[in-house]
Design a protein around this ligand. Structure first.
Ligand SMILES: [Zn+2]
Ligand SMILES: [Zn+2]
Length: 81
């Protein structure tokens, strides 16, 4: 299960290159808004990020794709396990 590149690009444009996480348990206010760099996708670094399925098994569609900074991505993946 993976997003097509075009879907990730559309999600990235929607996010304006800022983390879209809105989880209340992460310590950021409302939305995370962490600044990210396109070329740092999949990197566990300061500007790193990942495309994440909002609902696991919810399909590889834009509506189910969120751009997450690596900190948020990691925090969510731990909870999903
Ligand atoms: Zn974040
Ligand atoms: Zn978060």
């Amino acid at each position: 299960m993976a997003f097509l590149e075009i879907v990730v690009k559309q999600a990235w444009e929607r996010s304006s290159g800022l983390c879209e996480c809105r989880r209340t348990t992460h310590g950021h206010n409302n939305r995370c808004y962490k600044y990210l760099k396109w070329e740092c996708r999949g990197e566990e670094s300061e500007d790193g990020w990942e495309a994440h399925h909002i609902i696991p098994g919810g399909g590889d569609i834009l509506g189910n794709c969120e751009i997450l900074c690596y900190d948020c991505y990691k925090a969510i993946r731990i909870n999903e396990k």
